[in-house]
Design a protein around this ligand. Structure first.
Ligand SMILES: [Zn+2]
Length: 312
């Protein structure tokens, strides 16, 4: 109940402050993190990869692919990257080993090394684009780490490849894979339904929050992963957004929105750009949870969805 309505709270806030939530269309682009070459019960990695690529082609969309070096540091991984590059998608940096930057054991220098190690793998591609996405969206737990790495990126001409719509597709994916491992014939419809509802709920939440902060619909970058749920359901997801009146655009176009020039002054730094801007504003303390998104928040909702689907 709480989850379904938390963007309604922001819309109510807008109404009370005299801001009308405009009827013009919000815009969505697709960003995909952590491409890898592991099979997933009912699909090989190639089938998943082909499905994602052909769906993006079908909708005429170019995504931004945030590459974690260790997951594609193999001949198969090279093939995967070549395909995405050849299809015109952006090839971007997501570090080599996906470390948690807020760990006390990890220094700015360690993180820079991990960044450069990934960069050496991706820099030869024509689609190489200087956008960096922090693993777990964690941008620094101290001012030294936050600003140290921001300066480092700046010196290389890199920009933060911010997420504006954060979500937990990875959690739904994990649960669906576990279920399919136990029974390959399991009807995945409730997973599809929950996935669509969850992503749309998060999109509306971040769009309404973004509207409260900027007075307009910004161009969004949705965080998805290179996984089974997206391989199976991305087409339905894009259809849903179109049916709800959203416009779809390329990641490069979305990232040109001036909102991406922001560098919110908060600590710990990170989460989605919209969440960080809201935190910085001090206007939404009662509604901002931390972490902003997590599988934990989805356990109850997904369990309910599975239960009600099979009771029908
Ligand atoms: Zn990641």
């Amino acid at each position: 109940m709480r989850k379904l309505k938390n963007y309604a709270v922001i819309l109510l806030f807008l109404a009370f402050t005299g801001v009308s939530y405009a009827q013009d269309k919000p815009t969505l682009s697709i960003t995909i993190d952590d491409p890898h070459v592991n099979d997933a019960v009912v699909m090989s990695w190639q089938e998943k990869d082909d499905s994602l690529l052909s769906t993006l082609d079908k909708y005429g969309l170019k995504a931004a692919l945030f590459v974690c070096g260790m997951r594609i540091d193999s001949p198969d991984g090279k093939l995967l990257l070549e395909k995405w590059n050849d299809r015109g998608h952006l090839i971007c940096n997501h570090t080599y080993s996906h470390k948690y930057y807020h760990s006390k054991k990890l220094s700015v220098e360690d993180f820079e090394y991990d960044f450069l190690r990934c960069d050496s793998i991706i820099m030869g591609y024509t689609g190489y684009t200087k956008l960096f996405r922090y693993p777990y969206l964690k941008e620094g737990n101290t001012i030294e780490k936050r600003d140290g790495f921001r300066s480092f990126l700046d010196s290389l001409g890199y920009k933060n490849g911010y997420v504006t719509i954060d979500a937990s597709d990875w959690y739904i994916d994990g649960r669906m894979i576990d279920t399919l491992k136990a029974d390959r014939t399991f009807d995945v419809k409730p997973f599809l339904q929950y996935y669509l509802e969850h992503i749309y709920n998060r999109a509306m939440y971040y769009d309404s929050l973004g509207y409260a902060l900027t007075g307009r619909h910004i161009k969004h970058t949705l965080l998805l992963h290179h996984n089974l749920v997206n391989a199976m359901f991305l087409g339905e997801l894009l259809d849903m957004f179109k049916a709800k009146g959203w416009q779809l655009t390329d990641a490069v176009t979305a990232f040109s929105d001036e909102v991406f020039l922001q560098q919110p002054d908060i600590l710990p730094a990170g989460e989605s750009l919209i969440w960080a801007m809201a935190k910085q504003s001090g206007r939404f303390e009662g509604t901002l949870r931390y972490p902003a998104e997590d599988g934990e928040y989805e356990i109850e909702g997904l369990n309910k969805k599975l239960k009600s689907y099979f009771q029908k």
